[in-house]
Design a protein around this ligand. Structure first.
Ligand code: SF4
Length: 347
């Protein structure tokens, strides 16, 4: 193994040259120290209010364009109806992420958050990626701080980690030109953390980026975490290749995916949780990933529109019972957590 204290890209990228099992062993050591045999999950409901988008990310299969000619905008009543069903079913978190809909007024977002917060006791609202915050900033000429304060005011409890993609401006120019820059994504999370709030961080991998870009991305998250301590989880999101405009020839092997998860655990030793998001990895690989550094698989989701549009098998979500039995069958201890990783029940 290499010297993990040498935090340079040129050094850490050598981790990819290590044997998968050697890497897995080291990642598992860190994981066991932090979480023993626990695998966290939560009862959450994804709500994606619209897919009409002002931006054109080449990797995106969710937004309405000629490969996905089905634009939609949920009404407030539809959102409440969906939320009500999920809440009755036990959902404790609404994870609300939308496209950058040019038709929405600034107040639309905050009205939805406030209504949900007022109607569903103790619900945790995780909403607005930094990319959405940046979109509102550009469209309505509001400062990041103002938008984040309005989010808190209307009931948003934490921020999801989306929109980070890969922190390299050349690649961003190619895959998501015009969307939030790396620096601004980090700045938005830094401000959010300075307000005493928590968030997650993602990394989209398996497209045109190189291993070096992934390491550089992780190091930027590590650096901000060092200052703010506000990231709960790091989520390496596997690129979904269907129905988009990004011409990707080589899809990463299972070994490359597991190495990326193990390396995330090793490089981001200051971020408490590594999530193997079953919606992008598939449930089986997400379970295997728990032996390679991950300690969380996300949750029931209920209905998922974004990754499933790109080919992921996640449209319908999963039941709590199914998650528990899969985690147990894999030899781990299922632990129901809340959105901030407080443990609620162990099975
Ligand atoms: S990834 Fe988000 S911002 Fe980009 S096109 Fe899709 S919905 Fe729009």
């Amino acid at each position: 193994m290499i010297d993990e204290n040498d935090l340079s890209v040129s050094n850490l990228v050598k981790l990819y040259d290590c044997n998968l099992f050697e890497l897995g062993e080291r990642a598992d050591e860190i994981r066991q120290n932090l979480h023993q045999k626990k695998v966290y999950f939560n009862l959450n409901k994804h709500i994606n209010p619209s897919n009409i988008c002002a931006d054109i990310c080449k990797f995106c299969a969710f937004s309405a364009h000629r490969k996905n000619p089905n634009p939609y905008e949920m009404t407030k009543d539809e959102i409440i109806f969906e939320a009500q069903k999920a809440y009755a079913n036990g959902a404790m978190e609404f994870h609300i992420v939308s496209s950058h809909n040019p038709n929405y007024k600034y107040e639309w977002y905050f009205d939805i958050f406030k209504t949900l917060k007022d109607n569903f006791k103790d619900i945790h609202i995780k909403a607005m990626t930094a990319a959405e915050v940046d979109f509102l900033h550009r469209k309505f000429n509001k400062s990041y701080k103002q938008i984040l304060e309005d989010m808190v005011e209307s009931g948003v409890d934490s921020m999801p980690g989306g929109g980070a993609e890969i922190f390299d401006e050349e690649i961003r120019n190619h895959i998501c030109k015009g969307k939030v820059s790396s620096q601004n994504w980090l700045e938005i999370h830094q401000i959010w953390h300075s307000m005493g709030k928590k968030s997650n961080a993602t990394m989209l991998f398996g497209h045109i980026e190189k291993r070096e870009h992934r390491i550089a991305h992780m190091l930027k998250i590590r650096e901000l975490q060092e200052q703010s301590g506000g990231f709960n989880a790091f989520i390496p999101l596997l690129y979904q290749k269907q129905n988009n405009f990004l011409d990707v020839k080589d899809f990463p092997s299972g070994i490359e995916i597991l190495k990326t998860i193990a390396i995330s655990r090793i490089v981001l030793s200051n971020v408490p949780n590594i999530k193997a998001y079953w919606a992008t990895l598939g449930l089986n690989l997400a379970m295997v990933a728990q032996e390679f550094g991950a300690n969380d698989i996300d949750g029931t989701i209920e209905r998922e529109n974004i990754q499933s549009a790109g080919g992921a098998n996640s449209k319908k979500g999963l039941s709590k019972e199914m998650l528990i039995s899969q985690i147990k069958d894999a030899g781990f201890v299922p632990v129901l957590r809340d959105s901030l990783y407080n443990e609620l029940e162990s099975f």
